[in-house]
Design a protein around this ligand. Structure first.
Ligand code: E4P
Length: 214
């Protein structure tokens, strides 16, 4: 399973990338706004830090605007993947961008029918937001399972990119279900490392190491 970091904070992306565990990056307008920097500058810098797919989201909501903006974003760096909202105009734009050999990540997916249309339009990635489904009392993991099954049944090349991951168990379940990619916030990447028995065991080993005669 590939792991992307869901962030527009270049310092935390740099830190996670230094661990050697980051295959790509996803951003969204909220994350870029939080960085307080212009979209283009942020995406350019991220592409220097991580050698993998970097999703940058369009702001336009009409097909022509999405395609225009998508072409501009894709021109920033060959690794840029154009993130497009899952609306009718977005799906039309995905078809045009795909035909122009531009990679797309269809975002804000909350149902299997939506994901089927994205795959038919040629999306490179589909981003089901599992945490946001859980937030409203639904079952986000059930959607991941459905998409992996449906795409697998028809060998759609669109990759399931599990998004809106809130905690380590989400990641583990997505891996068990066969999601191609999970995009996770920096905070959750750090949580993945944590286990009290590791800390306790290390403290004991270090204490015992002092007793080893030289
Ligand atoms: C994915 O591409 C989105 O940027 C992200 O995962 C959304 O997560 P959130 O629901 O925590 O905002």
């Amino acid at each position: 399973m590939k792991i992307f970091i869901d962030s527009a904070d270049v310092e935390e992306i740099r830190d996670a990338a230094a661990m050697g565990v980051v295959d790509g990056v996803t951003t969204n307008p909220s994350l870029v706004a939080k960085s307080g920097r212009p979209m283009r500058a942020v995406i350019e810098e991220i592409c220097e830090v991580v050698d993998g797919p970097v999703s940058a989201e369009v702001i336009a909501t009409d097909t022509e605007g999405i395609v225009r903006e998508g072409r501009e974003l894709a021109a920033i760096h060959p690794n840029v993947v154009v993130k497009v909202p899952l609306i009718a105009d977005g799906i039309r734009a995905v078809r045009q961008l795909t035909d122009a050999d531009i990679k797309t990540n269809v975002t804000l997916c909350f149902s299997a029918p939506q994901a089927m249309l994205a795959a038919k339009a040629g999306a490179t990635y589909i981003s089901p937001f599992l945490g946001r489904i859980d937030d409203i009392g639904g079952d986000g993991l059930e959607l991941i399972e459905q998409l992996v099954t449906i795409y697998g049944n028809y060998a759609y090349p669109t990759q399931v990119l599990a998004a809106s991951i809130r905690h380590p168990l989400h990641l583990v379940r997505c891996a068990e279900l066969g999601a191609d990619v999970a995009t996770i916030p920096y905070k959750v990447i750090l949580q993945l490392l944590k286990h009290p028995l590791t800390d306790k065991g290390l403290a004991q080993f270090l204490a015992d190491a002092k007793k080893i005669p030289s």
